[in-house]
Design a protein around this ligand. Structure first.
Ligand SMILES: Cc1ncc(COP(=O)(O)O)c(C=O)c1O
Length: 371
């Protein structure tokens, strides 16, 4: 088998060793005579996997003890609604920083939630530029969030390739005392973060962490204490935190695969080590794009250029199609931009190797030379 060099934005490439482990353990998980997905989620065999996955998240990200780590379902899109459902109510306000369409969608769901459950929703910054987004807002462009129940932002906008704190040592906006909620779906577990700067973080697993069907949520216990207690139990974060994400049947095979990916991250030397490789990958690809300005254009401003999703265009669609066809011949796939914006996009999540990036940059060089 020749593995495809998969640059998809998600579901995305997974580390080969995590998949091989799943293959080897598939039919008979640890001598149980069953696969992990056939185990009761109340049984010791699955519980061990679940606890190991949780412990690995805590260890790799240095998650403080006063944060719950949850494995939920419904995708990051469900979090767009679940966050305001838990945090809004009469007299409460949610503030939204918008630097791409995922943030727009989060704002729309919060608006719908506020209509039903009470409360108010505000846009406190937007960097929309015509039909697209090219940068994150500067601190002085974000209206004060004082008095808000929370402020929500998207740390990496997957479609536009726009990222906060993209440069080494880069900082997130300062929201003062306002509780901070962050959609980190395409920005999670590729570098260390200071979790204590956030009150709630969520991320769909299907980028850096595992298969779709699992959403990882980190939530500070003091924020949970302020959430509304009158929602149906299944939508309350506290329900899941109190039950260690075993309130109802969890996405057990997905959590198992997340555990395999986390073990692989640990074997690579953890997040600090993996960050270096990820930065090198992005540096090589952006350097190639910038070396051929007559052919390749990255529409994103320098300080906001995502290290996870590298977006670029060619002079016309016909050329983009030709490049995509050439890529396919080289078993390089997943380069088409999101259907809403077109162009090209190479996602450089953890499982994308430096060798794959070198194959891609060689292809871009050849195409620039010979067309
Ligand atoms: C930043 C971001 N937020 C939210 C989502 C929506 O995730 P899901 O499809 O898991 O609901 C995506 C999907 O790509 C994303 O990239």
């Amino acid at each position: 088998m020749t593995r495809a060099r998969n640059f998809s934005a998600g579901p995305a490439a997974l580390p080969l060793s995590a998949l091989e482990k799943a293959r080897d353990e598939l039919l008979d998980f640890h001598g149980s005579g069953m696969s992990v997905m056939e185990q009761s989620h109340r049984g010791a065999v699955y519980e061990h996997v679940h606890e190991e996955a949780t412990a690995l998240v805590r260890e790799l990200l240095a998650v403080p003890d006063d944060y719950a780590i949850l494995f939920l379902q419904g995708g990051a899109s469900q979090q767009f609604a679940q966050v305001p459902m838990n945090l809004l109510g009469p007299g409460k306000r949610g503030d939204y920083v918008i630097n791409g369409v995922w943030g727009e969608k989060a704002l729309a769901e919060a608006t719908a939630s506020a209509k039903v459950l009470g409360g108010e929703v505000r846009e406190v910054a937007s960097t929309r530029d015509g039909k697209t987004y090219r940068r994150v807002p500067r601190q002085d462009e974000i209206a004060s969030t004082a008095g808000a129940a929370y402020v929500h932002f998207t740390s990496n906008e997957t479609i536009h390739g726009v990222q906060f704190a993209a440069e080494p040592g880069g900082v997130y906006p300062d929201f003062g005392d306002t509780p901070v909620v962050c959609d980190m779906s395409s920005d999670f577990m590729w570098r260390p973060i200071d979790v204590s700067r956030f009150d709630l973080v969520y991320a769909g697993a299907q980028k850096n962490l595992g298969p779709s069907g699992v959403v990882l949520v980190l939530v500070k216990k003091s924020l949970m204490d302020r959430m509304r207690p009158d929602l149906p139990a299944i939508f309350r974060y506290k329900t899941h935190a109190d039950a260690a994400s075993l309130y109802n049947t969890p996405p057990s095979f997905g959590v198992y695969l997340v555990r395999n990916v986390l073990l692989w991250i640990k074997e690579q030397g953890g997040l600090a080590a993996i960050e270096q490789t990820n930065r090198e990958k992005a540096q090589r690809l952006y350097a190639t794009i910038d070396a051929h300005p007559e052919l390749y254009t990255c529409p994103v401003e320098h300080g906001s250029r995502s290290r996870m999703n590298v977006v670029f265009t060619l002079p016309d669609e016909a050329m983009e199609k030709r490049l995509l066809a050439r890529a396919k011949e080289a078993r390089i796939i997943g380069l088409a931009g999101h259907r809403s914006v077109g162009g090209l996009r190479a996602s450089l999540y953890n499982a994308v190797s430096l060798e794959w990036v070198d194959a891609l940059t060689s292809l871009l060089e050849d195409f620039a030379r010979a067309g």
